[in-house]
Design a protein around this ligand. Sequence first.
Ligand code: ATP
Length: 454
Amino acid sequence: MSNSVVTMDKIVNLCKRRGFVFQSSEIYGGLISCYDYGPLGVELKRNVKEAWWRDTVSSRADIVGLDCSILMHPKVWEASGHLTNFSDPMVDCKLCKGRFRADQLEQARCPKKPSKRPGECEGELTEARAFNLMFKTHMGPVEDTAAAVYLRPETAQGIFVNFSNVVNTSRNKPPFGIAQIGKSFRNEITPGNFLFRTREFEQMELEYFVKPGEDDAWYEYWQQRRLQWYLDYGIDPAKLTLRAHDEDELAHYAKGCCDVEYEFPIGWQELEGIANRTDFDLKQHIEHSGKDLSFFDEQDKERYVPYVIEPSAGADRATLAFLVDAYDEDGPENDRRTVLRLHPSLAPIKVAVFPLMRKGGLPEKAQELIALLGSRVAVDYDQSGSIGRRYRRQDEAGTPLGVTVDYQTLEDETVTLRDRDTMEQERVAISELLDVVVEKTAPPPPYPKLSPGG
Ligand code: ATP
């Protein structure tokens, strides 16, 4: 096996060539920083979200899910501080009129050709000013300020404003969590680097409510658990790290914040943030809504506003990280193959079925296997081209297993099962095939500890 150098260009290329990701509105010249997930991409991203949901919600009795609307009452954003504070510092170049994030000038490039770093050309930069990242629109037929609403810039606020609804209906008490996966929108000053920074993206967020005083232990717990999730799904440990924020990076309400960082081809970057948000959000909503969002502990006869630990991940950024990490080229120079070594449970297709020949009853037998395997896992069928080429096509798609139906199959009811990573083949009885495939493509077991104590 030879580990090749992975560049963002190779990933973008593969994504387009094989139908993982397309530029949005491509036939009209494309819309910058917006992408569409193609047939393979939609499966991969669904599997990433499913893996998160399984680990965060389904496998635990103390966490429930929510699916809130994207448009919310404008007062939510007043209370949360987004209307006044959710901004990035922006500078303009007086010459090319380009607009850049003042804290990311290192990575920025001027729109003029030849492209330079802002400030390195003859153009003078303006003073930095705050640019609010929320998308504003109007609700209803009248376009006036009274009808202004915002596309949510994070999913978390939907969880906070539903805190009492969930407590009253699910009968959970701290420590417990509410999780949500959904679209968020940020009018980023400089989007870019493919799926890494877009203006429309999906978040996977958990708000975990705890009794004040128990927050430090839970903050530590969620850092370890979230880091381990990426490792369990195959991310190279050498490319993953936890980085605690310096004091001056911390949001004013946060007691602690830590990023899971991954070494993308563009360098070390945030994949997920884990923050101790204290009781800030619930208290803000108590103040602005006039509603009591505190929790009364019947057992201890004690009332308090819970503290919140928030692991907040990006589904698109995670999908990109899994793609980058899985990408490999191996084999001798004259016979290179591109292979996506995705964790089998994340792979868009789990097993592809190939009839060796397009005749002699082999396609019909292969279709029988499609029906058998398709009842439990995502399948694909391919009968065109040499068997070697068909294997290569599936390697590029990340398909972990290939089943070949040959003449021996018709005689003894066995097939060849090929492994994507080792390229080794074994003979398997059809009567055992479904179990073998399900077992080989199963997700890893969930994190063993349910709480800081064990
Ligand atoms: P950054 O510093 O990269 O702008 P952030 O600290 O503002 O990110 P959070 O508000 O913590 O990000 O959002 C949580 C997660 O949502 C991020 O870790 C990332 O995975 C994802 N995310 C945030 N902004 C974007 C974006 N513009 N495009 C894609 N994913 C994003």
